[in-house]
Design a protein around this ligand. Sequence first.
Ligand SMILES: Cc1cc2nc3c(=O)[nH]c(=O)nc-3n(C[C@H](O)[C@H](O)[C@H](O)COP(=O)(O)OP(=O)(O)OC[C@H]3O[C@@H](n4cnc5c(N)ncnc54)[C@H](O)[C@@H]3O)c2cc1C
Length: 551
Amino acid sequence: MTKTTILAVDDDRAVLASVERDLRQKYGRDYRIVKAESGAAALDVINELKRRSETVALFVVDQRMPQMTGVEFLERANGVFPDARKVLLTAYADTEAAISAINDVDLDYYLMKPWDPPHEHLYPVLDGLLDDWRSNVRLPFEGIRVVGAMWSSASHEIKDFLARSSIPYRWLDVERDEEARRLMAAHAGDTLEVPLLLFPDGEVLVQPTSQEVAEKAGLRTRAENPFYDVIIVGSGPAGLSAAVYASADGLKVLVVEQHAPGGQAGNSPKIENFLGFPSGISGGDLTRRAVTQAKRFGAEVLTAQSVEGLRVEGNTKIVTLGDGSEVSAKMVLISTGAWFRLLELSGIEKWNGAGVYYGAAHTEAANYKDTDVVVVGAANSAAQGMLFLSKYARKVTVLIRGSEPTWSKYLDVAIRANEKIDLVFNTELLEISGDQQIEAVSVKNKQSGESTVLPAKAAFVFIGQKPQSDFLGDLVMRTASGHILTGLDLVTSGERPPGWELDRDPLLLETSVPGVFAGGDVRNGTKHGVAAATGDGNAAVSNFWQYLSTI
Ligand SMILES: Cc1cc2nc3c(=O)[nH]c(=O)nc-3n(C[C@H](O)[C@H](O)[C@H](O)COP(=O)(O)OP(=O)(O)OC[C@H]3O[C@@H](n4cnc5c(N)ncnc54)[C@H](O)[C@@H]3O)c2cc1C
């Protein structure tokens, strides 16, 4: 099989030789290392590779080259191999150019010369980038085929589950694709039972649940043991962070996730405000890294398995899972986050997951190429969603209830510069209409009362977040909105919560039940966001140790 290429470009022969040597030493077995002494020579190389239908995984390019700078080369290379990861080699004086290249050419990293020793400064960066590339690139397809339809919310759910679990799949739409119709006829007869999943070993699943798909794909859905030190419910940033720190500390950890890992963050096309990632990181990549890290330290991660109930017997916490089984632990962390409420419009059920999507819905964006779509919402999540959708859609109309958006400045700058995005203020969504698929939405201006009909093929909704805590019933104290109270929120006028028998106040993240903790967006009073959630995950682990020292 032809090896994928890593291309090094530098006009300084000595530097180029040393880049080549370092690359060959670590990556020579799996990749073909190619070098070029100028931007022009490098363009010849990539055009030839393209002609031969080969792929480039990574460009390592010097910024200071006489005829064509590194950034200029990367700009042109982007048109040929847009998925390749891009590293710019810079001198201290080129830092400004490198930082602006993050936006201009989607630069992944800039590396200050010299980078010795490579195992400290070069390889960790390149390992991460090659890992990301491998997970996102579309290589010749050997994986699962999903035959489905745009009007089927079950198809959307399965695609979302596969994508979020980093399982490659190929989407075949029965309404657009001849091969899809042929496969349907062969495996499902005249029925329109979609989705149909065809696995490389020949097995076909018709309308499977996420759990069936997870099991077939080799993901863990059942706990190995009956008893753990801590069970973490939910694997967004809060749960995964707690899993990493707790298992690194030697605790026996079980993470239970109802869907695929990542939570809301897993829906983010690009998280740009998380410390240490100046070029941003996609929620998918962040999740994959965190899950790998947690597993490496020994945490068990179940997917497609929900927690349906929690009860306490003495010091033991017993968790009931969606398949009816039970698992116990000394402690439980609730990190179930929040999700968007379904729109309350007449006839909306027909469209949920089949034209109306909640969250960024990466998997669907490409299906709306060159069409008009609407986005509902004005917070950071909506901002990221519209920027992502604008890569595909012809026009993105954004319905904003108030007169100002609440998204961050860095997103505002990108949105205002984007010609495809149209912001409509003081407006609410009234109705969604269409026959087999959405054709239009009716909106109303709240100030003038005037209604308008806008053409739209899909609506992406980012409003009405609700904490996911209903499965707890009355076990722990919650606010009217469903956020879980912890720590000193539970102590009013020196009074500890009803039923609290310990001779101490609840710990920072402890709920009204000793040994049951809450962190991240589901907890009352947190600042929503990835950093706050991962911070809670870390703080929860120090609370675990404090709690363990008292029982
Ligand atoms: C599209 C989008 C973009 C965003 N972009 C950014 C950004 O750029 N920067 C930033 O700081 N923040 C961003 N946010 C917000 C950020 O993602 C959230 O604040 C963060 O993910 C909260 O983490 P969490 O772990 O508390 O909960 P969540 O991320 O909500 O994760 C909770 C997890 O718990 C699971 N779960 C729920 N109930 C159960 C149950 N009963 N059993 C088992 N599992 C359960 C859910 O399936 C989910 O996976 C974005 C949010 C969205 C939606």
